[in-house]
Design a protein around this ligand. Structure first.
Ligand SMILES: *Cc1c(COP(=O)(O)O)cnc(C)c1O
Length: 333
């Protein structure tokens, strides 16, 4: 496989049209001085933009691959996306999850029609099972970010932003494995090379940021964060997203947990949106004064799959446990 090109984003946009929502781009109330627009990927039927990449990857499978089925091993938004898209296409999907994954997450994937295989005591062991299914049963593994079709699918977010508002000058994007940022950057910088692409992660365990700083993919220790969809590594043998992010991302901003907490409060109180921590990083960066918004800026509000108990605690200003940290509480208004 080769790196995705702009034409692959155009193709993806046709491939996903019947399955994925063309989400609205709406004004934010965050700034009185600058125009900020919110791309509401929270409105996807699976709750996050990952449906775009997964749908495009499945749409590009041939008949024989479709019959043998697809496999992935994500507990989060990617697992939901693969399950949802597979049901739409009538492709059997298996999601491999470790025994540690809580029952509610298992049920969420099963409710979307996927077969769940519970194996091993860690995500690594679940991946071993996924690899076995690929080798022994000819299933196709759908990775969460490091795949040309997945990157091209996520790039349709950028295409839609510029179709609607060609005057956008910068785009703020939550950054983890880099599929979303790479795809959007590829799409928008091909149309307008002067667009500024800002990737935003948490300080704790930002694998792409650490890799960009090191000049090669590196491992970071995964720690709990309010932006839980942004955790995880980029893979030491990363093939696509690292190079694309290195080429295209103009700035990387890193956030403390207290800032993400404040960002979630702002997204809810100012823009009235229920969203997960990963979706609040642009608000957080703006409130920190770290995100310049000179022209028209689009914020990608990437997903809404948040634990509602944690969410209500945050918006009520109550303390929440994040790993060994306690964030929020009385000192935050
Ligand atoms: C996966 C995900 C991200 C990060 O996307 P990458 O392609 O891994 O950088 C951001 N927000 C949400 C809600 C996600 O599910």
């Amino acid at each position: 496989m080769t790196e995705p090109a702009f034409v692959d984003v155009l193709r993806a946009s046709r491939n996903i049209a019947d399955t994925v929502v063309h989400t609205p781009l709406v004004p934010s109330a965050l700034s009185a001085d600058h125009e900020i627009l919110l791309k509401l990927e929270t409105l996807q039927p699976s709750g996050a933009f990952k449906l775009r990449g997964a749908t495009n990857a499945l749409a590009n499978l041939d008949e024989a691959q479709r019959r043998r089925g697809v496999v992935c091993c994500s507990t989060g938004n990617h697992g939901r996306a693969v399950a949802y898209a597979a049901r739409r296409f009538g492709i059997p999907a298996t999601v491999c999850l470790s025994e540690l994954v809580p029952a509610n997450k298992v049920e969420a994937v099963e409710a979307l029609g996927a077969t769940v295989r519970r194996v091993g005591a860690s995500q690594d062991e679940a991946q071993v099972e996924a690899t076995r299914l690929v080798e022994e049963h000819g299933m196709t593994d759908i990775p969460p970010f490091d795949h040309p079709d997945v990157i091209a699918g996520q790039g349709t977010v950028g295409l839609e932003i510029l179709e609607e508002r060609p005057d956008v000058t910068s785009i703020a994007i939550p950054l983890s494995g880099g599929g979303l940022a790479a795809g959007i950057a590829l799409a928008t910088k091909t149309i307008n090379p002067s667009i500024r692409i800002v990737g935003i992660s948490m300080t704790r365990g930002a694998a792409m940021a650490a890799s960009l700083a090191a000049g090669k993919p590196v491992e970071v220790t995964e720690v709990a964060t309010l932006a839980d969809s942004l955790g995880g590594g980029i893979g030491l043998s990363n093939r696509y997203t690292f190079d694309l992010c290195r080429r295209y991302i103009d700035d990387v901003i890193l956030l403390e947990e207290a800032s993400i907490y404040a960002g979630m409060q702002s997204l809810f109180n100012v823009d009235r949106l229920v969203a997960e921590g990963a979706s609040a990083v642009s608000h957080a960066a703006y409130l920190d004064g770290a995100l310049p918004v000179d022209g028209t800026t689009a914020f990608v509000i990437s997903g809404c799959n948040v634990d509602m108990r944690q969410f209500t605690s945050v918006v009520n200003g109550e303390p929440v446990e994040v790993g060994e940290l306690t964030i929020g509480g009385k000192d935050i208004a």
